[in-house]
Write a protein that binds this ligand. Structure first.
Ligand SMILES: [Zn+2]
Ligand SMILES: [Zn+2]
Length: 257
């Protein structure tokens, strides 16, 4: 890997290390481009508390910290400032307003919940055999793609569906065809491989290969060490070879505003 746009910071409350440690780890392993994409803040109505993302009032410090490192290390590595964002139709307007004063360069789409999060089950676990949930997940990711706000889709195979295999493939194909239509790459998630999660899953990436979607690798680093996980990257490359995936050499950034 020479580029990674999927990197977290401790603000999400489930990542470790300082931002500078991530930058040094990226330089050390030879990345040319490091994008920070911590879990976005959202403004939720009422007193709802989302436990896995920064608060809106932490955004300013996030931006300042990353931009200071971008300047400090500009001769050693190209740093970009992004966010990992769920497509929540009712929350997007406020999010775009919230980021207006800041130089946020890109969004990656990570659909950890459907709907607008509140009152919804987490998509990553536990496993579900509910057809409606897989169909709805795919539809919401596709709606997100249509907005044109997202540089790529992180872990598109996040929803842990264990129901009917034909039904799974039918909607995976729909998602992949939309990725081709809207020209959005899909990410093989290195953290999923490292942690032995249900993704990346073989039946999904087989369809990606058949559909010809653009594919990228993303560390999804929640620690500086996550930027140099060579055994997991090797497994990702085996997946690329097995299904003849259309892996991009360079990830084009799509402006998010
Ligand atoms: Zn995370
Ligand atoms: Zn992530």
């Amino acid at each position: 890997m020479t580029e990674n746009y999927h990197t977290h910071t401790a603000r999400c409350r489930h990542a470790t290390g300082t931002e500078e440690e991530y930058v040094l780890a990226a330089i050390d392993r030879g990345l040319k481009i490091l994008g920070f994409s911590d879990h976005t803040p959202f403004i939720f109505p009422g007193d709802y508390y989302s436990t896995m993302r920064m608060y809106p009032d932490e955004l300013e410090n996030y931006v300042a910290t990353v931009l200071a490192l971008k300047e400090k290390y500009k001769d050693k590595i190209e740093i970009h400032l992004g966010l990992e964002v769920e497509y929540y139709p009712d929350r997007m307007g406020d999010l775009l307003k919230l980021i207006t004063p800041y130089d946020i360069e890109y969004f990656i789409l990570g659909q950890h919940w459907c709907g607008n999060e509140q009152g919804e089950p987490y998509n990553g676990r536990p496993p579900t055999d509910d057809n409606a949930r897989w169909e709805r997940y795919c539809s919401q990711v596709i709606e997100g793609m249509k907005t044109g706000l997202f540089t790529y889709v992180a872990h598109p195979d996040l929803l842990h569906f264990v129901g009917d295999k034909d039904f799974y493939r039918q909607h995976a194909k729909r998602l992949c065809e939309a990725a081709v239509t809207y020209d959005i790459p899909l990410e093989i998630n290195i953290l999923g491989i490292h942690s032995g999660r249900h993704y990346p899953r073989e039946d999904f990436w087989k369809i990606v290969g058949q559909t010809g979607c653009k594919v990228v690798l993303g560390c999804d680093a929640h620690s500086p060490q996550g930027l140099a996980d060579f055994p997991s990257e090797d497994k990702a490359m085996e997946l690329v070879k097995r299904y003849d995936l259309n892996l991009l050499d360079h990830i084009p950034l799509l402006p998010c505003k």
